[in-house]
Design a protein around this ligand. Structure first.
Ligand code: GDP
Length: 193
């Protein structure tokens, strides 16, 4: 995808604030610190459009980005960060669930998990919801550069088993720019489907 224009539109949680033009939308979801901002910046060729944080838990609302006036990214709040209050975490969960249940233009959900770790309880819960809602999903296993090549298959299997998912899993590294083009190919295929 040739990125001609990226426009940050709004940071919002209430459905009436969400952009209403019906552009196909890709939603990015994952636990806080999974590498979601880094991936968005890498996909969009921007250094710091989405804030890469030393302090997890910073994406607090849903951030909408218009790309080339032809598609949209929705960056959902990172879940599962222990340092935010229980009340706040419950609010994040509610916003995420509401978005996933109501948002019609969702074309695919990209569920990010850290390739190094077994899926957390939150990862599993949110994935189950994605399956229930029957969204097309790509599981994106982040930080591929952090594990040895010989261990990749084992880690992918661990993710597949942990999430109990029939969905495709693509491992990537934003830091080392690995398989980012492949990820774009998936999105582009969706747009022409
Ligand atoms: P977010 O909270 O999900 O938005 O995560 P960030 O993008 O802020 O990344 C969290 C931390 O993981 C930061 O220290 C990043 O530099 C690091 N990180 C993100 N992606 C990668 C990656 O592909 N490889 C490595 N080694 N580190 C990464």
């Amino acid at each position: 995808m040739k990125i001609r224009k990226v426009q940050f539109e709004i940071s919002a949680v209430r459905p009436e604030q969400w952009p209403q033009d019906g552009l196909p939308e890709f939603a990015f979801i994952g636990r806080s610190n999974v590498g979601k901002s880094s991936l968005l910046n890498r996909l969009l060729n921007r250094k710091s459009l989405a804030r890469v944080s030393q302090h997890p838990g910073k994406t607090q609302q849903i951030n909408f980005y218009n790309i080339n006036d032809t598609l949209r990214f929705a960056d959902l709040p990172g879940y599962g960060y222990a340092q935010v209050s229980k009340t706040q975490r419950a609010a994040f969960r509610k916003w995420i669930v509401q978005y996933l249940e109501k948002r019609e233009p969702i074309t695919r959900v990209l569920h990010l998990v850290d390739i190094r770790h077994e899926p957390s309880v939150d990862d599993r819960d949110f994935h189950r919801l994605l399956l229930e809602l029957q969204h097309p999903v790509l599981v994106v296993a982040t930080k591929l550069d952090k594990i040895a090549k010989r261990d990749i298959a084992k880690h992918i299997q661990q993710i597949r088993t942990g999430l109990q998912t029939p969905n495709p899993i693509l491992s990537i590294s934003s830091e080392k720019n690995m398989y980012i083009d492949e990820l774009w190919s998936v999105l582009e295929t969706d747009l022409t489907a």
